[in-house]
Design a protein around this ligand. Structure first.
Ligand SMILES: Cc1cc2nc3c(=O)[nH]c(=O)nc-3n(C[C@H](O)[C@H](O)[C@H](O)COP(=O)(O)OP(=O)(O)OC[C@H]3O[C@@H](n4cnc5c(N)ncnc54)[C@H](O)[C@@H]3O)c2cc1C
Length: 547
């Protein structure tokens, strides 16, 4: 004969278990990529120890009625002890956050930095533990007073709530693209291709963030700050047990119009040719490879495409350390320097400065070297998207790109930049038609015979479009070149659309934004030159060094 009281207890426990499992299911079946799910669980499991406290009854003999074992559960766990035939409560504390190890901070003063995240997590963890302990004490007291009778549904409710609350909150904070700003997650490498000996294209299986999540501000004419659109992603490797963290700026190849008869040299061609469009809109990185020994380059050389590795996705942290088909990413992130400027600039622009700035024509001068083109490309893409949405007449806008490399074979995104800067409509897509665009290439080690002995060699001139690729050979970026660019001192090879002044004085109707991105020595050289030329941060001139 079964004891009706025990039967009732067991029924209540089964009901509570079913309820908890039903609650757990949507979390386990979240939209996040399976790789991400595994990593989440693994993160929890590996990043701290679970602390358990048991109340009432022999814990060893207890048959626990907890949440699904497929996910970690924290909080007050209710179980039924078959030996003592008594209900018991157990407090399972969440894992304590783990202090970032050496190499987990990339040193670029990111926001948020892993160390900041750790201290925030630790403070939140302490609060959570304090709260849980308080609730546990209250639940134990309630249990003692209720021990003779049926379990209070209130207590169970509270236990369930405590157990899932924290996780629900974390889930709400998930970025819908699958990238997380707080933790590293593994993503499959779906394409690895050497574009040249020193340039590697890596595409991961996650969408490039949607314009709404990263480039919203540029779509509003009221927010004139270009910098908010630029972001990078941290890639973390594990090498010989040590973390190696580096920043990379993703490139977006979705909706780039590439002329069918003019595709040579285009990165997008390398991608689309082989993938039937399946790579479009994915997170792509262009990686500059340095000669051996260079640890970061070596990690990328060892990386494989996921399909070549085979087997199921193993989210082990060592997987990418072994060069297998997974990259651990965290982002999107802005550099702190950029962020500070955002704070400084957004406030005045969003209030009284708006009408004033709107009257001014906008000019952007981008000065890049090597892999420093990637954030500039983000700006070009953002402007391109903006123009696709713009239906109204726009104020006069000008854009200059000065791109420095050693040789023409090292130019990244050459064709893409040409296409995006074209005034023509291609495949039904508007490009930067409303801007006057000039692209200048500075090739320090280019064979001077190739382009003749010219400082300003006019490589291409098409009066029907905005494409004016000027090529300067046989020298690095100079004061003269910068001055000519900023003052629009171009010779008559241009189509006449640049008719600016010949003095360093800015026309008071113009708002100038200068963006600089290259190696540290390049950034400081260009900054010094700008100062010499009289260009400093002011109401009419913003200088952004992206580092
Ligand atoms: C916000 C941000 C975005 C970035 N985006 C990109 C990007 O999109 N693509 C990209 O490729 N990089 C990008 N970088 C640079 C990247 O993060 C690395 O810094 C770069 O790959 C150099 O690697 P490292 O820091 O390990 O080099 P380090 O070993 O610290 O060397 C620093 C520099 O020394 C030189 N050097 C070192 N070893 C050698 C060698 N063997 N031969 C020749 N020169 C050498 C190189 O100029 C190198 O950059 C970005 C950096 C930042 C901060």
């Amino acid at each position: 004969m079964s004891n009706p009281a025990i039967t009732k207890w067991l029924e209540e426990i089964a009901a509570a278990k079913a309820k908890a499992e039903a609650k757990a299911k949507p979390i386990t079946d979240t939209h996040i990529d399976s790789a991400v799910k595994t990593q989440q669980v693994q993160d929890f499991a590996s990043q701290g120890k679970e602390h358990t406290t048991t109340s009432s009854g022999a814990a060893a003999a207890a048959t626990s009625s907890t949440l699904s074992k497929s996910r970690p559960s924290y909080g007050i766990i209710t179980s039924y002890n078959l030996e003592t035939r008594k209900k018991q409560l157990r407090l399972v504390l969440p894992p304590e956050p783990v202090k970032p190890g050496p190499g987990e901070c990339c040193g670029n003063d990111c926001d948020p930095c892993v160390n900041t995240l750790y201290w925030q997590d630790l403070a939140a963890y302490k609060d959570r533990v304090k709260k849980l302990e308080g609730e546990y004490e209250a639940a134990c007291r309630a249990l003692e007073s209720e021990l003779a009778g049926a379990i209070s549904s209130m207590t169970l409710e509270s236990a369930d709530k405590t157990t899932t609350d924290g996780l629900d909150k974390e889930d709400e904070e998930e970025d819908e693209t699958g990238l997380s700003i707080r933790s590293y997650r593994p993503f499959k490498v779906i394409k690895k291709r050497y574009l040249t000996e020193t340039t590697l294209l890596v595409i991961c299986d996650l969408p490039y963030p949607k314009p709404t999540s990263v480039v919203t501000t540029i779509t509003s004419r009221h927010d004139d700050y270009i910098g908010v659109n630029m972001f990078h992603v941290l890639i973390r490797f594990k090498n010989d047990g040590q973390f190696l963290t580096k920043a990379f700026t993703p490139v977006d190849f979705s909706n780039i119009p590439v002329r069918r008869n003019n595709r040579s040299g285009a990165v997008i061609e390398a991608v689309e040719h082989e993938s039937d469009g399946s790579m479009k809109g994915k997170m792509a990185f262009l990686i500059k490879l340095y000669p051996t020994p260079h640890v970061t380059s070596e990690m990328f050389r060892r990386l494989k495409e996921y399909d070549d590795v085979g087997g199921g996705l193993d989210s082990s942290q060592d997987r990418n350390g072994e060069g297998l088909g997974v990259l651990y990413l965290r982002g999107p992130i802005q550099t702190s320097r950029d962020r500070l400027k955002n704070k400084e600039l957004v406030a005045p622009i969003s209030t009284t400065a708006i009408p004033k700035l709107q009257q001014k024509s906008e000019r952007i001068v981008m000065i890049a070297a090597g892999s420093g083109i990637t954030p500039m490309y983000q700006v070009l893409r953002a402007l391109h998207l903006q123009e696709q949405k713009d239906t109204e007449e726009v104020a006069t806008r000008e854009l200059d790109l000065v791109y420095c490399n050693r040789t023409s074979s090292e130019i990244w995104l050459h064709q893409e930049i040409k296409e995006i800067c074209s005034r023509n409509r291609l495949d039904g897509l508007a490009t930067l038609r409303s801007r006057k665009v000039r692209v200048q290439h500075v090739l320090s080690s280019e064979d001077s015979h190739k382009h003749g002995d010219m400082r300003h060699h006019h490589d291409r001139h098409d009066a029907r479009s905005n494409e004016h690729d000027l090529v300067h050979t046989g020298g690095r970026i100079s004061l003269k070149l910068l001055q000519d660019t900023l003052e629009r001192n171009f010779d008559d090879q241009c189509d006449g659309s640049f008719t600016g002044t010949a003095t360093a004085e800015l026309p008071n109707t113009e708002h100038l934004k200068i963006l600089i991105c290259g190696p540290p020595s390049f950034n400081s050289d260009v900054s010094e030159m700008l100062t010499k030329l009289g260009y400093t941060n002011s109401e009419d001139c913003e200088i952004h060094i992206l580092e």
